[in-house]
Write a protein that binds this ligand. Structure first.
Ligand SMILES: CC(C)(COP(=O)(O)OP(=O)(O)OC[C@H]1O[C@@H](n2cnc3c(N)ncnc32)[C@H](O)[C@@H]1OP(=O)(O)O)[C@@H](O)C(=O)NCCC(=O)NCCS
Length: 169
């Protein structure tokens, strides 16, 4: 049996931002500056950010906005050295569970058309492509797929989500 590392997921603190930026730089061609994370943590009332730790080391992070029944995954990333160990999936499942607990019924995100790894993860959690935003990413004019999942509170989604979380446990 393959044992998966125990990821502890907690709210992101300002003191985590330095570690988050290290993963951010290794993960995205267009990166959020430190100020963007600090603003999200301190002034955006609809924002909820989390870090995943293995021991003391921050290895993953993710964020959502929840506005009434709608939620939006703003970012999710795993340290490149730790990928392929279900850590991104655990973070994603956590974001969806938090969004649901905070009252969301629907969840959306944008993903680069070329990012097939992330798309596969999202599809696993019920996301489907609803629209394409042409040239959304200004660094290379790449299209964004706009994906949605829901109804998060419906019996169908809950059943499937519980089964997937049980597999992760
Ligand atoms: C996307 C990302 C968070 C996935 O994290 P991860 O910990 O490596 O992924 P996991 O091990 O949890 O895998 C979960 C699912 O993701 C998909 N996936 C992960 N690695 C994959 C790979 N190499 N090839 C294809 N699909 C893959 C699969 O669907 C997988 O589930 P499955 O194996 O049962 O099909 C990670 O690759 C990452 O940080 N990428 C850079 C940042 C990024 O692109 N973020 C998304 C922005 S929209």
């Amino acid at each position: 049996m393959v044992t998966m590392p125990e990821l502890s997921i907690e709210p992101m603190l300002a003191t985590d931002v330095r570690d988050v930026l290290r993963i951010e730089r290794a993960s995205f061609t267009t990166q959020w500056p430190a100020d963007a994370f600090y603003t999200e943590l301190t002034t955006n009332k609809v924002a909820h950010y989390y870090v995943g730790r293995l021991g003391d080391e921050v290895v993953a992070y993710g964020g959502i906005w929840v506005i009434l029944e709608d939620s939006h995954v703003t970012t999710v990333a795993v340290d490149p050295a730790r990928r392929g160990q279900r850590l991104g999936e655990r973070m994603m499942a956590h974001l969806i569970a938090e969004a649901t607990q905070r009252g969301a019924a629907w969840i959306t995100l944008e993903v680069r058309e070329s990012n097939v790894i992330a798309q596969r993860l999202y599809r696993k959690y019920g996301f489907t492509t609803v629209t394409v935003r042409k040239g959304y990413y200004t660094d290379n004019d790449e299209n964004a797929l706009v994906m949605w999942a829901g109804n998060l509170r419906g019996a169908l989604y809950q059943h499937r989500f519980s089964a997937q979380r049980a597999m992760l446990a």
